[in-house]
Design a protein around this ligand. Structure first.
Ligand code: R5P
Length: 274
């Protein structure tokens, strides 16, 4: 049935990002150099993207990375979640000092399916980053572009339910259409408290295939629509096996053990991604 009140542009782009058939997504995060430079696995970023792009549902990355590292013929084949906040580096203690870095017009020109903004709740620049988010939501919603809010966690902040739910709920109230946050104990409560806003889970530092796959499994079991993993995919010895195994959990409802079989069934490439 046609819903005359549906926000058609937003819904159309959300359908490109999150598969409407199962309401799930495997988002690949390759945006790390925006604050940490030549990250392991992203030093030859064109090769990393070329290797993994065919296996994700959506690529979260930056303006420069799209321009420099996606082959012209691959543009448009997958939705891009364009990071539009930044302005800091790992050389500075306080990573929260971010501003908006890409205009909504530029995001539209680049055919972004959505735009992503980090918020640093509890950090020195909390207000500035929440207002970055609301400014971008005000601009993006005018054009039917969904905004993904990243609940960035500073070095001193706990990744527990109390903190992550606080940050996630602030993002929801600001109007974010998708919230990216970290997995924590009692994660189902966080998902429930921000429902019906879609939640994707960040991977964090490289761990191990069983641990990363367990996190993906626990996340979707708790109600997340999927994951937005980076390092646990592109820093693994078998990155294609890893993203396929994550896809088997997210879209195929595989157990961790079944997903590990998918991982092991794929022959790793000769050398690690640089
Ligand atoms: C953080 O602000 C960035 O969006 C990262 O790219 C993100 O957290 C996901 O990457 P990873 O899975 O490597 O933590």
């Amino acid at each position: 049935m046609v819903n005359a009140y549906l926000d058609v542009g937003i819904q159309s782009r959300m359908n490109r990002i999150i598969n409407p058939k199962d309401n799930r997504v495997v988002m690949l995060a390759i945006d790390h150099p925006y604050f940490q430079g030549p990250t392991t696995g992203l030093r030859n970023m064109s090769n990393t993207i070329r290797t993994l792009f065919p296996h994700c549902d959506c690529l979260m990355t930056t303006r420069g990375a799209v321009r420099a590292n996606i082959a012209p013929e691959a543009l448009g084949s997958k939705p891009i979640m364009l990071r539009v906040s930044g302005g800091n580096s790992v050389l500075f203690d306080d990573l929260s000092d971010e501003q908006l870095t890409v205009s909504i017009e530029e995001a539209i020109r680049m055919d972004a399916a959505g735009v992503a903004v980090s918020v640093f709740v509890g950090a020195r620049n909390q207000q500035q980053t929440i207002l970055n988010l609301t400014d971008m939501i005000n601009a993006a919603e005018e054009y039917g572009i969904p905004v993904l809010a990243v609940t960035a966690v500073g070095k001193d902040m706990a990744r527990d339910l109390r903190y992550l739910a606080l940050a996630s709920r602030i993002c929801q109230d600001a109007g974010a259409r998708i919230i990216k946050t970290y997995y924590c104990e009692e994660f189902a409560k966080l998902v429930d408290w921000v429902a019906p806003t879609a939640v994707v889970v960040a991977g964090g530092k490289y761990s191990s295939p069983p641990d990363a796959l367990k996190m993906a499994y626990d996340s979707v079991q708790a109600g997340a629509v999927g994951v937005d993993f980076g390092r646990n995919i592109f820093q693994d010895d078998n990155p294609i096996g890893m993203i396929k195994a994550i896809g088997a959990i997210v879209h195929g409802n595989h157990t961790v053990k079944e997903a590990l079989d998918v991982y092991n069934a794929h022959t790793p490439q000769a050398s690690r991604l640089e």
